[in-house]
Design a protein around this ligand. Structure first.
Ligand code: PGU
Length: 401
């Protein structure tokens, strides 16, 4: 008889997004005529620009010839792709040798959780992308769930609320090993300033912690004085791993492509190189990202690809402005638009109540803020991924609510 992995049954609820889909489907079963609009999971909706799909098409066709066939690729990913991403997004701060191409940010976050093992103490923003908590639980890093505290015993949650402008009080943080930090922040859309990131890096340097910096939405930052990468902060390459993604950058949510940066300067307490151990670990559990996807990624980095993907990012940002304007008339939203999400305080009822209200009265599918952590209670996350037609309709329904 095989025993189950106890860490799996420590998870407190089903994964947030399938739960939203389940409730949406239940509603549709009872109301089959309802024309629902999804402002829910952050999934891109606009087609991938043709210079990029053509590159993937050509790459697929090359595989059909003897001369063009490629099998397993270089483990770290195509050198040219690593160099292009580095030149494009980290020109001053990072060496392409420290970049690892992956099949999406979520997958590498999961692998990092396995890599660090069960003995690390973990901290993260609350609310946060649910994978940070759930993945830490699966990796055995959180201790048991305490029903009275309604929290995991060994997990540090850093409150990010309107009161602290969505940046946690680090002075109260006791020693932790790993700190997840997401900016632009899913779900609040808040972007940490240079000064705030300096504070975070300073904390990590003093306490010898490692930051796992999730920059999946960096390309949505419009304010030029806001940092797009943790490596814009001096000394961050001694304490931070950064995880990036093509998903929201180029509509690759289904294609699957991303990267992680593990700087050579990053060390464990005993002086061992994190990158060296990561290479050893990764070559055992991962065989590289799809070569077709990587050629698509390469096309994204060319001048034509860049200009096309920028247009789509601007399109989603305009969606966000339309939605925010409509929501602002009824509820309280926060921050400037530097992310595809609008974090909205609805009132003192539960987020699931507001989720139901928006579903039943406006036929809008959203995400309840409490699904991202207890500090999300009373909030709703609206996603701005959608066709313009749907976003305008959703804005109208919100105004009529
Ligand atoms: N990091 C953050 C902060 C995210 O919000 C998401 C996707 C990812 C990573 C995943 O990136 P990939 O490169 O596509 O793996 N968040 C979406 C989708 C939900 C999900 O389960 O990943 C969201 O709606 O929050």
């Amino acid at each position: 008889m095989v025993k189950h992995n106890l860490n799996i049954t420590k998870l407190q609820s089903s994964y947030l997004f399938p739960e939203v889909t389940k409730r949406k489907n239940n509603f549709l079963e009872k109301n089959p005529q309802a024309k629902l609009i999804s402002l829910s999971i952050g999934d891109t909706t606009e087609p991938i620009p043709s210079p990029i799909t053509t590159a993937m098409h050509d790459a697929a066709l090359r595989l059909a010839s003897k001369e063009g066939y490629e099998g397993y690729g270089p483990e770290q990913g195509l050198l040219e792709l690593r160099q292009k991403i580095t030149q494009q997004y980290y020109p001053k701060h990072i060496n392409s040798d420290d970049m690892f191409i992956n099949d999406g940010a979520k997958c590498d976050i999961g692998r990092l959780q396995m890599f660090f093992g069960q003995d690390v103490k973990v901290a993260m923003q609350d609310p946060a992308y649910p994978v940070y908590v759930d993945g830490s639980v699966l990796a055995g890093q959180t201790g048991d769930f305490c029903q009275t505290k309604e929290a995991y015993n060994d997990l540090t949650l850093l409150a990010c609320t309107p009161k602290n402008n969505f940046f946690p009080h680090l002075s109260k943080l006791s020693n932790v090993d790993l700190i997840y930090f997401c900016s632009p922040h899913n779900p609040t859309g808040a972007v940490a300033s240079k000064k705030q990131l300096e504070e975070l890096v300073d904390y990590a340097r003093k306490n010898r912690s490692i930051i796992i910096y999730d920059s999946a939405y960096a390309f949505y930052i419009q304010d030029s004085d806001l940092p797009k990468s943790i490596y814009e902060i001096e000394g961050a390459d001694e304490v931070a791993i950064e995880v990036g993604s093509f998903s929201k950058l180029a509509g690759f949510t289904g294609v699957r492509l991303g990267w992680s940066i593990i700087p050579s300067k990053l060390k464990f307490e005993d002086g061992l190189s994190v990158k060296k151990l990561w290479i050893r670990f990764l070559s055992t559990v991962f065989n590289g990202a799809s070569n077709i996807a990587q050629y698509g990624g390469l096309a994204c980095m060319g001048p034509e690809g860049q200009s096309e993907i920028q247009k789509i990012i601007q399109f989603y940002l305009e969606n966000a402005r339309i939605l925010k304007k409509a929501i602002d008339q009824k509820f309280q939203t926060f921050g400037n638009i530097n992310a595809p999400y609008i974090w909205t305080y609805m009132g003192d009822q539960s987020s699931w109540d507001y989720f139901n209200l928006l579903l039943e009265k406006a036929h809008l599918v959203t995400v309840p803020g409490s699904g991202f952590g207890s500090n999300g209670e009373g909030f709703i996350r609206f996603s701005s991924f959608g066709s313009r037609e749907n976003i305008l309709k959703a804005a109208e329904r919100l105004q009529q609510l």
